[in-house]
Design a protein around this ligand. Structure first.
Ligand code: GLA
Ligand code: ZN
Length: 685
């Protein structure tokens, strides 16, 4: 799919020739070939150079870059350059500049600094994309389209306000309906005319506070704030879609993408992915980021298009420049993390940046070609080594897929709603909760798909929905059917509380999930930061026994058909259910009433997986990640040693060819620190 035109493993990344004199371009080509680079992303931020004024375009220099790539056997991921508008455009059409959440009109500069509803922006960005498509449609180097770069703006200008009203009209039809779904009788918010609606900003409904060191936006009015997020996500998406449409019309066979950012809160990427031919994303973990968090983001990006391979569009060959501490990637880590991306579904490995810029804020950002300017650097050697390995893999792994029996539900609307919620605890962070559950499976090397709440669950044995606070239409029914048909469903405290407009489902929590879970929750207690309660097992359940600590929120629940496997250990609700299990026809549903320590989650997930015969491909020591991708009759087993020491691994029944060393492996093997094995095996039919 990504590489249909050229079935190789794409390796390369962002290249900014416009920041360098032409003499250097030839040398770049030499170095690229030496490193195995076969794709460059150009020109990401060159709008001002491509369009010096309203009526003039200058593609001459880009023609040269395109031809140079072609002559050197390098493909081009062609960026439309529309993430930073030229200064003349902002000057001539100030309406293009956004207004921020504090009501301040922004000035020209930085990047991704445009109003996503600006007609001027949309007109000029679409015109440029179309011109590029027409100009390069036959160019043999053209392989992938890269629209703009890391969209991400929220704007609060007058024009956005107007478009927001139109968006609301289309969604709700009448003002009466709007008043109803937003519950506008609260604080006398009732509106009678559409133009009484103003965007929720720091000037009215919204505010920001810093709690435990983290800034957090809050709102007085969830209904309007949630819809504004949806609208803003849709607004930038509309800019993307317009460029997509003009490009598609000219080059229907070239895949089009824009680079996403993993768990990026402002935009609903499930919705975006419907308009991407292929998902691509930028992976910039901090030095000590747990491997499971990186893995989860890869799985989320793979999940956006239902398991289809994605592009790793950017990672740094070594350090970044924008984190508080920009550590070097230790020897072997860039290679290991690259293979981790592939192990989770990436079909390209690309960097920001190929040559390190010498001015402005990215001059301390790692690059294939460092400021030294030659190939005799550690980073270059590591990149060149990886380039060689990927070239040797050819198209073997491309388009292969993972096969997960476990799904974790992830939902942007739910994320927004949970963190907009005023109470019961400011400590509750949605992604952190999802990460905790994901980690339990990651530690067991059990593959997980990250899915939206209205996904088809039928191919899974286990569906876990941490803090599924918002229940969208149809979701409760689909969970119920999944369980009735033999699935296992797990959810937690603060789930099933509201509908998609953040209005509480009355009659007792967890609302629409109540029947499937066989419980009702009467009250929710919030514990102070240093307070704890305990989850006390009534009797051992698998490896779960004795007591575990829990914190933050405790649901006070009553049984309505479920049985309590554990109870709270202290406070006035000691003895009330803390873990419940409900049998519904062929399946089971579990409810965890609080935020437990890690070992509780791990043991519970292990118990459920054991019962459902969900297993890791290989029993591996701690710190070794194992995944499998499948294509036709082949399986590819990835073994990744994240440890700083060598490990022994027993491959059990698995044997095959290690594609990186071309050696047959079986039985007891050893894997060096940061080492990687990709074992190819023909599965018996
Ligand atoms: C983002 C951008 C790149 C670059 C890198 C630096 O991912 O897309 O243009 O700024 O960050 O890490
Ligand atoms: Zn605007």
């Amino acid at each position: 799919m990504i590489n249909s035109k050229r079935p190789v493993f794409f390796y390369g990344g962002d290249y900014n020739p416009d920041q360098w004199p032409e003499e250097i371009w030839q040398e770049d080509m030499r170095l690229f070939k030496l490193a195995g680079v076969n794709i460059i992303t150009v020109p990401v931020f060159s709008w001002a150079k491509l369009q010096p004024s309203e009526d003039t375009y200058d593609f001459g220099w880009l023609d040269k870059v395109m031809d140079l790539a072609r002559d050197n056997g390098i493909s081009v991921c062609l960026a439309t350059s529309t993430a930073a508008q030229p200064a003349w455009m902002s000057k001539k059409y100030p309406e293009i500049l956004p207004v921020d959440v504090e009501g301040r009109k922004r000035a020209h500069g930085a990047r991704v600094n445009f109003c996503p509803n600006s007609k001027v922006y949309r007109k000029f960005s679409t015109a440029l994309a179309e011109k590029m498509a027409i100009r390069y449609k036959e160019h043999p180097a053209l392989a992938v389209w890269h629209v703009a770069n890391e969209y991400g703006t929220y704007c609060y200008c007058e024009h956005c306000a107007e478009e927001f009203r139109n968006w609301l009209k289309a969604r709700y039809g009448t003002i009466e309906e709007l008043n109803r779904v937003w519950n506008m009788n609260f604080w006398g918010h009732t509106v009678y005319e559409w133009d009484e609606i103003v965007p929720p900003s720091y000037l009215n409904e919204m505010g920001r506070d810093v709690f435990l060191g983290y800034p957090r936006d809050f709102t007085c009015f969830q209904g309007i704030s949630l819809d504004y997020n949806r609208f803003m996500s849709d607004s930038s998406l509309e800019c993307y879609k317009r460029e997509y449409a003009v490009i598609k019309a000219v080059t229907p066979d070239i895949p089009i993408t824009t680079n996403l950012m993993g768990t990026f809160k402002p935009f609903d990427y499930f919705k975006w992915a419907e308009h991407l031919d292929v998902v691509s994303w930028d992976n910039y973990p901090a030095m000590k980021e747990p491997e499971s968090n990186i893995a989860m983001r890869h799985d989320l990006m793979r999940g956006l298009k239902d398991g289809q391979s994605f592009m790793l569009m950017e990672q740094t060959p070594s350090q970044q420049n924008w984190q508080p501490y920009n550590s070097l990637k230790r020897p072997g880590v860039m290679r290991l993390w690259s293979y981790q991306s592939i192990a989770h579904g990436a079909d390209t490995i690309m960097f920001f940046q190929l040559r390190r810029s010498f001015g402005a804020c990215e001059k301390y950002h790692g690059a294939l070609i460092e400021h030294a300017g030659h190939e005799n650097t550690r980073v270059f050697r590591e990149c060149a080594q990886l380039g060689k390995e990927l070239a040797a893999l050819g198209d073997k792994i491309l388009d292969s897929r993972l096969d997960s029996k476990v799904a974790i539900v992830f939902d942007w609307d739910n994320w927004w709603a949970v963190e907009f919620s005023s109470g019961p605890s400011r400590e509750l962070k949605y992604v952190e909760q999802v990460e905790k559950y994901y980690k339990a499976f990651h530690d067991m090397n059990i593959s997980v798909d990250m899915v939206k709440p209205n996904a088809d669950f039928s191919k899974y044995k286990l569906v876990v929905a941490p803090v599924l606070y918002m229940i969208k239409p149809g979701v409760a029914k689909s969970i119920e059917n999944f369980v009735k048909n033999g699935g296992v469903f797990v959810t937690t405290f603060f789930s099933g509380i509201v509908n998609e407009n953040d209005l509480v489902t009355l009659g007792g929590y967890p609302g629409e999930l109540r029947k499937t879970l066989g419980i009702w929750s009467e009250e929710i207690d919030a514990l102070l930061q240093d307070m704890k309660n305990q989850i006390v097992m009534k009797e051992p359940v698998g490896d779960l026994q004795g007591e575990y600590s829990c914190r933050m929120l405790c649901d006070l629940i009553h049984l309505e058909g479920a049985k309590a496997l554990a109870v709270f250990g202290s406070d006035f609700y000691a003895g009330m259910p803390a873990l419940t299990e409900n049998e519904v026809e062929k399946g089971k549903a579990y409810y965890i009433s609080s935020d437990p320590e890690e070992s509780f989650i791990k043991n519970l997930m292990k118990y459920i997986c054991d019962n459902a015969a969900i297993k890791a491909p290989v029993e591996a020591p701690e710190g070794v990640e194992v995944t499998q991708r499948f294509k036709e009759e082949k399986s590819f087993t990835f073994l990744l040693n994240h440890n700083n020491h060598a490990v022994n691994i027993n491959l059990g029944d698995l044997d095959g060819l290690d594609l990186l060393t071309q050696r047959d492996i079986r039985g007891q093997i050893s894997l060096e620190a940061k080492g990687v094995i990709i074992m190819e095996r023909t599965e018996k039919q």
